[in-house]
Write a protein that binds this ligand. Structure first.
Ligand code: ADP
Length: 546
């Protein structure tokens, strides 16, 4: 029997429909931006939609054509949001560039993407002036500011954003096209090798937005006021700028001001209910709260991801500030959401301490992301919460290859993407990362997961930040070294810290040594740069070496 074709409208899932919807049904909801000069700018969805349509016309008048890549080097702001929607809406690709990358990486990425135009914040004029001689295909630079805010610059083909869009009509008939058309491009930060581009589609973005909004993940809904802390140049701010318009949630952009004080002020003044960020940002917020005795106002729930959420952070946010934490995991290649830490119904009846144990895990499987763990021969390992192996994923918002085929075939023959993370999966579907494969400590033929050790150390009041790395040991190959940034004023000693591990981890997992450093090196996306630490401490002689 042939399959029977359904009688349902074949409507492509397009990004333009998201902003169109919010303007029509939630036109009065606000989008708030803290600008570079620290002023507060307010606009409604309906006004922003008009400006987005103007920008669509302006892009065409500049010569942007479907398929062109349009780069952005910008903070989170309403103009950046307009660029997101206008570029993708006309069939171009919004390529968000991370300004924290090294100059050579920026040049590589912009040339590799063949960006035709660059939308930049005025903070980055000098940077772009410096890059400009090496940028091959860029035909024009648009500074995202008003006419009176334009700076003197040596750049050619420079435009002022507001002047550019001013003369254009505020109505644009968005084209309809195949939902599998490319919509945006993000490069992974490439701690090893060249950065690689992940090319999202309209379909993957819309499906991912539904997932981010669903109640068992971030649950972004109309009554919410969302603080978009994750930079829009880092995995599209975890998809939140696409998800919020789906329900007309209020959006608040902090601009470049990501320090604890500025963020807490926005949380208080803008009635923020939901947010998401990497642990280092929450650390800054918690330190500021501790210092000032302030609280987190109306904030109800937050997602923490990018690196493991330290259990002490989860506990503090929940118990001292009444904020529910959703520990989440994902990667640029996954749009980025992969798991959610919203506990299952049965888990909620467990004793509190067991619930906290579950929250240490990176979250549970969500609809749309298949997961399995395999050994080095590709054989699937049991979902028993004990066996750990290479985590593989499959789903409609996960990359199938990298832009321009960098790295060649990335999926296995059954279509699974190797995440590079080592994890356990339990029978309830909770996933726990023990390490990135390249950070695992190999001791005497066994593996030691650095994340669990870091989580324990973070519980100590003398530890502000830490990392565990493997260093050479003649007998065991590698043994763990704990690298610590002390809490200010703390005089904690290595002996005290090592004692702190007793009874908390298997004895042979306990680090062999502790070193104190003034600060840890970070990647442009806020992760501890363990490659650098390993290099720095490669000659470290452990006291356990006789
Ligand atoms: P980049 O490699 O460009 O910094 P990503 O943000 O895509 O970019 O990094 C994805 C990786 O971050 C994951 O593969 C994983 O190793 C790590 N990661 C993300 N979320 C978590 C988490 N909650 N706990 C531990 N590691 C995480």
């Amino acid at each position: 029997m042939p399959l029977l074709k359904a009688l349902i409208q074949d409507q492509p899932l397009l990004i333009s429909s998201l902003i169109q919807y919010s303007a029509q049904y939630h036109g009065e909801r606000e989008i708030v931006t803290r600008t570079i000069d620290k002023n507060i700018h307010r606009i409604t969805y309906s006004a922003l939609y008009k400006r987005t349509q103007r920008l669509a016309h302006a892009l065409e008048s500049l010569g942007a054509e479907p398929g062109d890549r349009i780069g952005t080097i910008a903070w989170n702001s309403f103009r950046h949001l307009e660029v997101y929607y206008a570029t993708s809406g006309i069939g171009c690709i919004c390529h968000t560039v991370n300004p924290r990358l090294f100059t050579e990486q920026l040049i590589y990425i912009i040339n590799h993407a063949e960006d035709k135009f660059l939308f930049i914040d005025s903070s980055f004029i000098e940077l772009v002036e410096q890059l400009s001689p090496s940028l091959k295909g860029v035909k024009g630079v648009i500074v995202m500011c008003a006419k009176e805010e334009m700076f003197e610059t040596t750049l050619d083909n420079i435009h002022c954003y507001e002047t550019l869009i001013a003369g254009h009509e505020d109505h644009y008939a968005w084209p309809s096209f195949d939902e599998n058309t490319a919509s945006s491009l993000c490069y992974t930060s490439g701690t090893t090798g060249n950065p690689k581009g992940v090319l999202y589609s309209h379909r993957s973005t819309v499906l991912h937005s539904w997932c981010v909004s669903s109640v068992d993940t971030l649950g972004i809904c109309n009554k919410d006021s969302l603080l978009v802390i994750v930079p829009m140049f880092h995995a599209n701010a975890w998809g939140t700028p696409y998800a919020a318009p789906m329900s007309g949630a209020k959006m608040v952009f902090p601009g470049p001001h990501l320090d604890g004080e500025s963020l807490v002020e926005l949380i208080e003044n803008e009635d923020i209910t939901v947010s998401a960020a990497v642990p280092t940002v929450w650390l800054g917020i918690l330190q500021y709260l501790k210092k000032t005795g302030k609280k987190l106002g109306t904030l109800e729930r937050v997602a923490i991801g990018g690196t493991a959420a330290p259990p002490i952070m989860v506990r503090t946010l929940q118990e001292e500030y009444g904020v529910q934490v959703c520990h989440a995991w994902g990667m640029t290649e996954m749009s980025p959401l992969g798991t959610t830490g919203v506990l299952k119904k049965d888990s909620l009846s467990l004793p509190k301490e067991e619930q906290y144990k579950l929250q240490e895990k990176q979250g549970r499987g969500i609809y749309g992301v298949e997961m399995k763990i395999v050994d080095d021969n590709g054989l699937e390992l049991p979902r028993d919460g004990v066996a750990f192996g290479n985590l593989m994923v499959r789903g409609p918002w996960i990359a199938s290859r990298y832009f321009k085929d960098e790295g060649g075939e990335v999926l296995d023959p059954d279509g699974w993407f190797p995440t590079g993370d080592v994890a356990t999966l339990d029978s309830e579907g909770y996933m726990q990362i023990t390490d990135r494969a390249k950070d695992v400590i190999k001791s005497g033929g066994e593996w030691i997961g650095s994340i669990e050790l870091e989580n324990v150390a973070m519980e100590h009041e003398g530890v502000a930040e830490c990392a565990v790395i493997g260093v050479f040991h003649p007998k065991w190959d590698e043994r763990p070294l704990l690298v610590v940034v002390r809490e200010s004023g703390s005089t904690v000693t290595p002996e005290e810290l090592l004692k702190f591990f007793v009874g908390k981890v298997a004895k042979w997992w306990t680090p062999d040594d502790v070193v104190f450093v003034p600060e840890l090196p970070h990647t442009p996306t806020g992760k501890v740069l363990k490659t650098k630490l390993r290099k720095e401490f490669s000659g470290h002689v452990l006291p356990t070496v006789s």
